[in-house]
Design a protein around this ligand. Structure first.
Ligand code: GUN
Ligand code: FE
Length: 421
């Protein structure tokens, strides 16, 4: 009997093997064997004689999206406090919401809703913050694993400058983090990531311990960097001996010593951008969040030209949507706003923004986000309206990215297994 994860798809296929090019095939074929892509072909492949053929005629088949920065507990505070800037928004909303996850029953009520929406938006890979709470963070991981989604999840560390209900004892926080790592490090889909919230909420002692854990277990790191001028000033006051905000993370082994994701990276000097490129640290651009909290316009073109690895994130709840096509469009819009003031900064093309949201993010997890031989069969099937059927596949994708909704995403697969059907 054929395995459930071996089949041939027949439909309009599109993906970005590099940032400048779409590859598209109208009525093409994609062969999936044991959850991996073994061929993409214009003509009917021989495998179609021995494997079931799934007819997706008139539908688009594209890689699943990668959301590389989001806060799962903030799912229920989306849209709230958007008149504030970062530090007041954290104090006024977030630091009042996140303590609720001390109660595992609350996590069991809220996290399933979040995980369902993530899957239904076609986000097959994501990297997220939970809260400081160990039990609720395990619940989130269990739900993602049950759903069959690929994720890096961080138990957040905070031991200073926070609301009392979110201020941990340093040693217990490190111990809980190590337990969390041990529990999840060998899971095939859901993995741990070291997560100091940001420099202002962690002591030197906490960062020392987290750097040691990252090294000991070879675990990646995620945090926030240079999102808001008030935050940057606060970091200068807290760590006056460090040249840059990023120097603090670097000093403690939390900046590129293992794979590292830094959200925002808006207000960086040319020298800081060069350090990001040298260290290979990822900048996670979160355009909706950056506009909602009036944080700034990230210089995407400058970062890409300097050789920085850039990916996209929703950053909910500062961002207001889990639906990555909207972040793709917003990243393009932000780059266009920058280009109006600075013509040398050419705007992002759709192929570039799509690449950031699929292959660039996916590669953090391994081989996912593109349709290449041997890569994971992580893909979406979307409907194309009757009145767009005569268009090219590239145009159908353009229409979907700008005008589609999560309801147009019919099916979502990870490793060839359905997570939305
Ligand atoms: N910096 C520290 N914590 C947060 C958070 O929850 N959201 C955003 N956008 N920035 C942060
Ligand atoms: Fe964030």
């Amino acid at each position: 009997m054929e395995k459930q994860t071996s089949f041939v798809l027949h439909g309009n296929i599109i993906y970005t093997p590099d940032k400048d090019n779409f590859i598209s095939l109208k009525n093409g074929y994609m062969v999936v064997e044991d959850g991996k892509i073994t061929a993409v072909a214009a003509e009917k492949p021989a495998a179609a004689d021995r494997l079931p053929v799934k007819d997706c005629h008139g539908q688009l088949i594209m890689p699943g999206f990668a959301d590389m920065h989001l806060h799962a507990p903030q799912y229920i505070q989306i849209g709230m406090g958007m008149d504030y800037k970062l530090l007041d928004w954290l104090d006024g909303y977030t630091f009042k919401e996140e303590p609720k996850f001390a109660d595992p029953a609350y996590a069991r009520e809220i996290y399933p809703l979040f995980v369902d929406e993530l899957a239904s938006c076609g986000t097959t890979s994501s990297t997220m913050f939970a809260t400081i709470h160990q039990e609720s963070t395990d619940i989130l991981c269990d739900l993602l694993a049950q759903k069959g989604l690929r994720a890096y999840v961080g138990k957040v560390n905070m031991d200073t400058n926070s609301a009392p209900a979110l201020t941990e004892d340093t040693a217990s926080s490190l111990q809980a983090t190590e337990e969390f790592i041990s529990k999840w490090q060998n899971h095939p889909l859901v993995k741990p990531i070291i997560t100091p919230r940001f420099v202002p909420s962690v002591t030197a002692e906490m960062m020392t311990g987290l750097g040691e854990l990252a090294k000991k277990y070879q675990i990646p790191v995620q945090s926030h960097l240079s999102e808001n001028p008030g935050e940057i000033q606060l970091v200068k006051e807290l760590f006056p001996e460090d040249k840059y905000y990023m120097s603090v993370y670097e000093r403690f082994g939390l900046f590129g010593q293992t794979p590292t994701l830094m959200a925002h990276c808006i207000h960086l000097s040319a020298e800081e951008i060069a350090i990001m490129a040298q260290t290979g640290v990822y900048a996670v651009h979160c355009p909706a969040s950056n506009l909602n909290l009036s944080s700034g316009l990230m210089p995407m073109r400058k970062m890409l030209d300097a050789g920085v690895k850039v990916v996209l994130g929703s950053d909910i709840g500062a961002g207001h949507t889990l639906y990555m096509p909207h972040e793709i469009v917003r990243a393009i819009e932000v780059s266009k706003i920058r280009s109006i003031a600075n013509p040398a900064e050419t705007p992002l093309k759709l192929s570039e923004a799509f690449y950031l949201a699929t292959k660039a993010g996916g590669e953090f997890f391994g081989q996912t986000g593109s349709f290449e031989q041997g890569w994971a069969a992580d893909f979406l099937i979307t409907d194309v309206p009757a009145y767009q059927q005569e268009r090219t596949v590239d145009e159908q994708l353009q229409y979907f990215i700008y005008h589609g909704t999560a309801q147009d995403i019919r099916e979502v697969y990870v490793n060839g297994l359905a997570v939305k059907k």
